[in-house]
Design a protein around this ligand. Structure first.
Ligand code: F6R
Length: 451
């Protein structure tokens, strides 16, 4: 801004980390670092590339490079509906977004899988069977909740496509001189598509010649535009600072990616494809069933909200859900919570357990069920209050834990999508009981566009 030209704003983008979005309104213009900030005012957007500048006045704008070559920048129309971004009947956006997950997952799956043949199509991730076979490794880079989604995805993609998957935080990856080449694919997972650490990790991957993919929710975001291939989450705008529906949508996207790669690489039989497709088709309904238990979770929250420390335990594919459950609780209720792989309890955290430390144990009927039961016994022996997330019909666990929240029985690979929901609800209701500002927790921002 310059006092000499009070009606003009100049926005410049340097580098590929932070984004610049110019919004075109009627007799008004906007500049922002992320789309949701201005979506309320306009859906016509222009994105600057690195070393481009926009000169904006009330009446219009033009784009040029820093050495003054004019740029004919495309105008993107964002399809997000401002109405669907409104809170509607819900008290908080986070609550609305938790309850939207049945619908959002239907949208995520729709059109991408043929339920008869089990065949997955991801037109925006172009890949030939030869290229898929040449892939030696997939590296997922993300932050926060998206990183925990990536940890679930590691189990899915390794199992379905038999490709080794490594997961790292965007903020760590860029600083460790990672080993990459053209036989590696780097997958960035980001709801906003504008998280600077994730974008910087993508940049690192591009420079090292890896194939670059992204899973994004914000259409037109930087992470979508700069990748060689992308999968959208189709979750719709996520306004609550704590991420919920983007988590489950991005896990489903990775399930689809695992199937897609598995089909191209020939690691899945026809019968397996059909089985996976039919399990996915049933998922949104089952999510609805878990959500029906919200009143029970709210009642439990009233018993637990005064504790000041929680331990979340899970194993295998549900270990990242322990991390995610603990993250949700700490973010919005300011209660100290830790997520641990349950087998690690005896290597340290067990020292913390007494009657003042509730233990959340994800103990569904899978291959590590017996091990989880023995962890619950150990926590009980130290007077811990145990809350189990268990498989419907498991009455035995009710004789071991103090409280049980049930989820329907699904194939283990899909279980994290159900087990995370009671934990999202529990964090939400505990935060409400404590009078916290659920949608705008202190010290947090929805898009972290600075390092
Ligand atoms: C957690 C949360 C953050 C984000 C993280 C990454 O509820 O909201 O941990 O998950 O900042 O954000 P995206 O996915 O936009 O890159």
């Amino acid at each position: 801004m310059s006092a000499a030209q009070p009606d003009t704003l100049v926005a410049v983008r340097i580098g590929n980390a932070g984004g610049v979005v110019v919004g075109i309104g009627q007799n008004e213009m906007f500049i922002a670092s992320d789309i949701p900030a201005i979506l309320e005012y306009t859906r016509k957007l222009v994105f600057l590339e690195s070393r481009q500048m926009a000169v904006v006045t009330r009446a219009g704008y033009f784009v040029q490079t820093l050495d003054k070559t004019p740029v004919d920048a495309a105008i993107h129309e964002i399809a997000w509906d401002a109405v669907s971004a409104a809170r509607g009947e819900y008290r908080h956006f986070m609550q609305k977004e938790i309850f939207e997950q049945g619908r959002s997952l239907t949208d995520t799956i729709r059109g991408r899988i043929d339920f008869e043949s089990g065949c997955v199509t991801l037109p925006d991730v172009p890949l030939t069977p030869e290229e898929a076979l040449r892939l030696k490794r997939l590296v997922t880079v993300a932050c926060g909740t998206s990183a925990y989604s990536g940890l679930v995805g590691k189990f899915l993609i390794e199992k379905l496509a038999r490709i080794p998957v490594e997961v790292d935080y965007g903020s760590e990856y860029r600083y460790r001189d990672p080993i990459l080449d053209s036989d590696c694919a780097v997958l960035a997972i980001t709801q906003s598509g504008e998280t600077v650490d994730t974008l910087a990790a993508m940049e690192e991957a591009r420079e090292k010649g890896a194939r670059l993919w992204s899973i994004v929710n914000a259409i037109g975001s930087q992470a979508m535009r700069t990748a060689n291939g992308y999968i959208t989450m189709q979750a719709g705008p996520e306004i609550g600072v704590a991420s919920t529906k983007a988590f489950t949508a991005s896990v489903v996207d990775q399930y689809l990616l695992g199937l897609y790669l598995g089909q191209l690489r020939g690691t899945l039989s026809q019968a397996e494809n059909v089985e996976h497709a039919s399990a996915l088709a049933k998922l949104p309904d089952l999510v609805g069933k878990v959500l029906d238990q919200a009143p029970k979770v709210a009642a439990l929250a009233r018993k637990l909200f005064h504790y000041s420390d929680f331990l979340y335990l899970g194993r295998g594919i549900n270990y990242p859900i322990a991390l995610e459950g603990a993250l949700k609780l700490k973010e919005i209720s300011y209660i100290h919570a830790e997520g641990y792989p349950a087998g690690e309890m005896k290597h340290g955290p067990i020292a913390l357990i007494d009657e003042s430390m509730p233990v959340l144990a994800i103990a569904i009927k899978d291959s590590v069920y017996d091990k989880m039961i023995s962890q619950i016994e150990q926590a009980k022996a130290r007077r811990g209050v145990v809350i189990a997330i268990a498989t419907e019909g498991d009455e035995f666990i009710a004789t071991k834990a103090d409280h049980v929240l049930y989820v329907p029985d699904v194939p283990p690979l899909l279980s994290p999508i159900l087990t995370v929901i009671p934990l999202q609800l529990l964090a939400y209701y505990i935060a409400v009981e404590r009078g916290c500002d659920v949608d705008q927790p202190r010290n947090l921002a929805k898009s972290v566009t600075v390092e």
